[in-house]
Design a protein around this ligand. Structure first.
Ligand code: IMP
Length: 424
């Protein structure tokens, strides 16, 4: 059996796409189990840039089955745009499969995402406004509409009409907005989407089970990151799904015993988008340099990302809560020529030292990072083997391993696929 889970071990945007792309090449099945088109994966193949939001980037490899599983929330309009973009580039989507159990993002979800964010004022979460939170809200409230409903014209129309009555009332009476949705228009648009998506829709739990039983190479590609997890992240500044390893089981309909390896992707520094406390955040020149050199701007929103030093308290939290068997440490080339590098080994909270990431944001806001300074290194983006790396970079990698508690098996020294060093 060969199943690998790849998750983001920080606040998302850890460079998972590159690792996923490298591992997808040999994977026979790639499965996405949570989130929606709030995610953005950029993959560069032969100089061509591909941006993925919902469809696994494994679709670029002929013969790789790509599954959008039950835990994902699907905006059919967004998905069709992505499909059309791939078809224009000559990429076959014959191997795409969509779960009939996945929930649908509806137009009122997207509107409500924006309206609720606006109503939060200064306390806004900084969502991607893709309707993700409101869609998962309906799922939990049991009024959501699923892909299998889309395949049943009558049932779908009934559910849309029921939902639109309630959502229009919420928009008008709770939020005092004039936006009102027309159920019949939505039904008509979604009928068009249904026709186009129908060939790909199936029970993906069966596909996943059979692939695992047949000993196929299965890759579960994560979206977002550990600290954006609804249960384990920096609540309420989180997404509404479960980006940790545990989310893969429910989101793909497989059991935990089916997972062999859990790879956590980290960067040699930390970034986050959206709001909330961030202990190692850098505000001056070093932060700006990391942002520029690391191209730290959102794929989905274009927003500049907040940047900070590597935080091993977060690293340990990710290793612990996802049972990580190894770490892929990305973008350490971005730290080249920056001078001495800092690494946060613990937090000092009003004189008390802790190595455990706190639950409460009020507590997190009080945490001062305890830093260890390490000598920096020069350019490394041309290096391709671990042996070539300068001793300073090797010492940094070793320190990350020791502090986080898992072995670093891959090191990223640049954005291209070949700028990846395997550590034996
Ligand atoms: P939502 O997922 O759009 O509801 O946004 C909730 C929070 O998760 C916000 O802080 C977003 O910026 C963040 N978020 C969602 N998706 C991603 C991602 O793919 N990378 C990084 N942050 C994300």
């Amino acid at each position: 059996m060969s199943t690998k889970v790849i998750i983001g071990a920080q606040w998302g945007d850890e460079g998972k796409a590159k690792i996923i792309d490298i591992l997808s090449e040999e994977a026979e099945v790639v499965i996405r189990s949570q989130g929606g088109n709030n995610a953005g994966h950029t993959v560069v193949v032969d100089g061509k840039v591909y941006k993925f939001h919902l469809i696994p980037s494994g679709i670029l490899y002929p013969g790789t089955k790509c599954i959008v599983a039950n835990g994902v929330v699907i905006d059919p309009e967004g998905m069709l745009k992505e499909i059309d973009g791939l078809i224009i580039e000559g990429i076959s989507i014959e191997n795409l499969r969509i779960s009939e159990r996945a929930h649908l993002v509806m137009p009122y979800h997207k509107a409500l995402d924006g309206i609720t964010e606006e109503a939060r004022g200064n306390e806004d979460i900084g969502t991607t406004k893709k309707g993700i939170g409101p869609c998962y809200m309906d799922k939990a409230e049991r009024s959501g509409i699923r892909v299998c409903d889309l395949m049943n014209e009558e049932l779908f129309a009934k559910k849309v009409r029921e939902n639109v009555i309630i959502k229009n009332k919420i928009i008008k009476y709770v939020y005092d907005k004039d936006i009102q949705f027309d159920a019949e228009e939505i039904i008509k648009d979604y009928r068009g989407y249904a026709k186009r998506l129908a060939p790909y829709i199936t029970d993906t739990t069966v596909l996943a089970f059979e692939a695992i039983k047949a000993d196929k190479k299965v890759l579960f590609e994560g979206a977002q990151g550990t600290l954006l997890d609804l249960d384990l992240g920096t609540y309420p500044y989180v997404t509404s799904s479960h980006p940790v390893t545990g989310g893969v089981c429910i989101g793909s309909g497989i059991g935990p015993t089916a997972i062999d390896e859990c790879i956590g992707v980290m960067k040699g520094y930390i970034t986050r988008v959206g709001k909330g406390p961030f202990p190692t955040e850098l505000f001056g020149e070093v932060g700006d340099k990391i942002r520029d050199v690391g191209h730290e701007f959102g794929t989905t929103t274009g927003r500049p990302r907040r940047c900070g030093w590597f935080d091993a308290v977060i690293g340990e939290f990710a290793v612990r809560t996802s049972g990580l068997t190894s770490i892929a440490l990305n973008k350490i080339d971005v730290l080249s020529d920056i001078g001495p590098i800092k690494i946060c080994t613990a937090y000092n909270k009003n004189g008390v030292i802790t190595k455990h990431f706190p639950a409460s944001l009020e507590e997190l806001a009080k945490c001062e990072p305890v830093y260890e300074e390490m000598p920096g290194w020069g350019p490394i983006d041309h290096m391709r083997t671990y042996e070539e790396l300068p001793a300073e970079a090797k010492a940094f990698i070793k320190r990350v391993e020791d502090l986080c508690g898992a072995k670093v098996t891959m090191v990223g020294v640049g954005p291209n696929r070949n700028q990846n060093i395997n550590v034996e």
